[in-house]
Design a protein around this ligand. Structure first.
Ligand code: NAD
Ligand code: TDX
Length: 339
């Protein structure tokens, strides 16, 4: 089996490549990635020489490059992780989100239609459902929850999901979609909450919590997400959407406090800054469909996963120091300088 993994130089895509090479040693994995600011070739260094791995630098919006790759590789499956993924950046500059997340998805699926495919899998997000109120802990997102997006990022992901489902109905393309909650773990780009707070805490820099920090996210260790996608690829039903989440709801402020505690730093580093525009209050997934149909359950408990993640950042300073010393500094100044 040959599987094209797009966006494999990013956080979840790279973890998925490691997972697949380990668990499916006979499969060939071809990573297609544009290497935007979020893509990092050094992340893939451990597998670059692997006989069943190939890296191709290309944009999923580049129809010619995508078709060339299909002609060369005759893939059996495509798993699309490639996306602009940061909500705050989408608020500053929505255009690139529409281009990559919607148009790029269309280009990939057009290639799948032309060349034939066993499965096209779209990696989506729980953010397409919008948010839930804090005072209704009984409510969860199911696959039937209406799409109700808040940010340009989530709107672009929802648009892509609708396009994927339309290709299944109109052209009979064998698709699946997964909508996962917030991931954390190794190789998470430093702009996101958990790595940003770990790094600032280590450097004893202010830890910028948006608003009161009462917003709730449903956190899942990245490897549990990878295993869920693997199950969907091999056993999921065509045309179906699967929610992925581990009933692990946490308030932002509590995560930031845990990070201070684990690193032995004072909570006085925590600073409250201006809130995100349109900030979603609570995400919470009902994972009954994937657990009932495919037997998926999360394996990593949050306390263990967070500790492992913090220690990964302690042990891989060179990985993130290279990132935060470059163009990221300019981003940080723009987003947090006068916040
Ligand atoms: P990321 O930002 O860390 O990585 C994105 C990768 O896509 C990068 O390697 C980047 O170079 C590549 N890329 C961007 N534009 C591209 C283009 N036009 N052509 C080819 N490659 C391109 O993102 P992530 O956090 O790993 O998220 C991966 C996917 O999972 C995204 O689709 C995201 O919406 C979804 N998702 C993420 C989370 C999360 O918590 N991080 C949760 C649910 C769903
Ligand atoms: O500096 C910060 N301070 C802060 O309080 C940052 C970066 C974030 N936050 C808050 C905003 C959110 O309530 O922390 C929470 C998590 O923020 P992010 O890490 O930016 O994640 P989120 O907006 O929840 O989106 C993530 O999960 C769903 C991913 O980035 C998306 O790609 C995925 O679809």
């Amino acid at each position: 089996m040959t599987i094209i993994v797009t966006g494999g130089a990013g956080f979840i895509g790279s973890n998925f490549i490691f997972y697949m090479l380990k668990n499916h040693p006979k499969d060939r994995i071809v990573c297609l990635d544009k290497l935007t600011y979020a893509g990092n070739l050094s992340t893939l260094a451990p597998v670059m020489e692997h006989p069943n791995f190939r890296f191709v630098k290309a944009d999923i919006c580049d129809r010619e490059a995508v078709c060339r790759l299909f002609e060369e590789e005759h893939p059996d499956m495509v798993v699309n992780f490639a996306a602009e993924s940061h909500v705050d950046r989408s608020i500053e500059n929505p255009g690139i989100f529409l281009q990559t997340n919607i148009m790029g998805t269309a280009v990939l699926m057009d290639a799948c239609r032309s060349y034939g495919i066993i499965r096209y899998h779209q990696v989506s997000t729980d953010e397409v459902y919008g948010d839930l109120p804090l005072d209704r802990p009984d409510l969860f997102f199911t696959e039937e929850t209406p799409l109700h997006t808040s940010s340009p990022y989530s709107s672009s992901k929802a648009a892509a999901d609708l396009l994927v489902l339309s290709y299944q109905r109109t052209y009979g393309l064998p698709v699946t979609i997964s909508r996962c909650s917030n991931n954390y773990g190794p190789y998470h780009f430093p702009e996101k909450l958990i790595p940003l707070m770990i790094i600032n805490c280590l450097k004893e820099k202010p830890m910028p919590v948006y608003g009161e920090g009462l917003n709730v996210r449903d956190w899942l260790y990245v490897e549990d997400h990878c295993r869920a996608i693997d199950l969907i690829l091999h056993h999921g039903r065509e045309g179906e959407v699967y929610n992925i989440g581990g009933h692990n709801e946490m308030r932002n402020i509590d995560i930031v406090r845990l990070i201070c505690k684990e690193l032995g730093k004072p909570e006085s580093l925590i600073t409250h800054v201006a809130d995100r525009k349109g900030h979603d209050m609570r995400y919470a997934i009902n994972p009954e469909k994937i657990s009932g149909e495919l037997g998926w359950v999360p394996e990593t408990k949050f306390a263990d996963g967070l500790r492992k993640t913090i220690h990964w950042y302690l042990d891989h300073r060179e990985w993130w120091e290279e990132i935060v010393s470059g163009a990221y500094q300019e981003y940080y100044e723009t987003m947090y300088g006068n916040r």
